[in-house]
Design a protein around this ligand. Structure first.
Ligand SMILES: [Cu+2]
Length: 112
């Protein structure tokens, strides 16, 4: 249960992220996504809130404003791709919002 890449650097602009779940456990036991947050956001706060509310899509209000976007959950053998607009240079935290994963499954995207 981990990303194969936890840090990467991209030029400012549109980036495309693909999450590929190479595991074989059932989707309800082990799925993964990629949630990208605005610079300065605490992964832990968002990871816990997503669990509390039953999904990253249920986060509302001020916290929602800090979410740049996320991929769909990828079950075993699945691939999910999303495009994000990272126009401002900075360090963007990302994590997996599946319950219990954010502690290990997190990293940063540095936008130059
Ligand atoms: Cu995960």
């Amino acid at each position: 249960m981990q990303y194969d890449k936890n840090e990467f650097t991209v030029p400012a602009g549109e980036i495309t992220v693909t999450i590929k779940n190479v595991g074989t456990l059932p989707a309800e036991a082990m799925s993964h996504d990629v949630v990208i947050l605005k610079p300065g956001s605490e992964v832990k706060d968002f990871g816990m809130k997503a669990v509390e509310l039953g999904g990253i899509e249920n986060i509302d209000g001020e916290m929602k404003d800090a979410i740049i976007g996320y991929t769909e959950m990828a079950g075993p053998g699945e691939e999910k791709t999303s495009t994000f607009n990272l126009t401002e240079p900075g360090v963007y935290p990302f994590f997996c919002s599946f319950p219990g994963h954010f502690g290990v499954m997190q990293g940063t995207i540095t936008v130059e």
